[in-house]
Design a protein around this ligand. Sequence first.
Ligand code: MRU
Length: 370
Amino acid sequence: MQHGINSWLQIRENKLEELKTHSLITVEWKENKVIMIDQTKLPNSLEYVAYTNYNDVANAIKTLVIRGAPAIGVSGAFGMALAALQSSSETIDGFISDLKKAKEILFETRPTAINLSWGLEEMYDYALGCAQQGATVSEIKKDLIIHAKQMAEDDISINKKMGKNGVELFQNNDTIMTHCNAGALATVAYGTALGVIRATKDSGKNIKVIATETRPIQQGSRLTAFELKHDGIDVSLIPDTAVGYTMANGLVNGVIVGADRILRTGHVFNKIGTYQVATMAKQHNIPFYVAAPLSTFDLKSNPEDVIIEQRKASEVTGIGDKKTAPDGINVINPAFDMTQPELISGIITENGIAKPPYEESIKKLFEAKK
Ligand code: MRU
């Protein structure tokens, strides 16, 4: 269901004022609806969609109406809140079983970003906890909405903490490269990697950004360039193939990216191409940083356990509706890759910065969380 853009823009402006954040609000809960920016329409038009059915939220995640690890984590949580409202069960057992079904449907949408299962499990466990304490179905419904809204607000404050923690990493007049979109549009607002960039700029440093285009579906040119320009941050777009050129010619002082999943060993899963950027940064002695909340960490899995989403061939054989490859060509189109810890200078979280050796350092960040 589409909403009048002007009314949602007004809501967004009020919300920005309330949260004192100067970035887009990507997803929010309003009057029992999940409102999100339709990112498939960017940068050509800023349109909002509103959902009242969790199946539609699942479809939005699958079709990249919303994308970016923290944003899909919170969308999953909102999807669970919609599932709670949709349940017509009057018994706790029936209600919990409806939530379980919704959790499975939402989980099936995308496999790599761990924030999605984090958001779903958090909501499901919260409902179980309320049920164990004797809450009624209607009380749990209300509590789940409050809980999901809290998760969305926490996402913004966590991003701001990460921003502050990362501010000292870059110097005045630095040019920072980023890959894909780890900004407001990949979170509820403000962003992880772009949050650090926003905070660095707000600290008074004059910085510039180089955004990679990020083929095949161009999150860099469609989303990162859009949101940085929207916020008045100096950004230059490069084709992915110019990463080596810009680094070799002294045009890049540091790199910062987001993450979809980080293992206890410091292995980082992020948008396809991140590994190439990190390798090239190492070659040119340029620091390479990752910014991600603790909800992006997967302390249990090993590298070989992580499922890399494989996406459709048409993303590679064309750009938009225009065909750029011969019919019937074989295509390999992984959506994510893994960057080894040796290539990473530091991982910025809301609890501080993990530095090599990562296993030890990440453990400490989690202990500080308790
Ligand atoms: O396929 P996408 O657009 O969901 O991939 C997004 C990324 O890889 C981002 O860099 C990552 O989720 C970090 S977002 C803060």
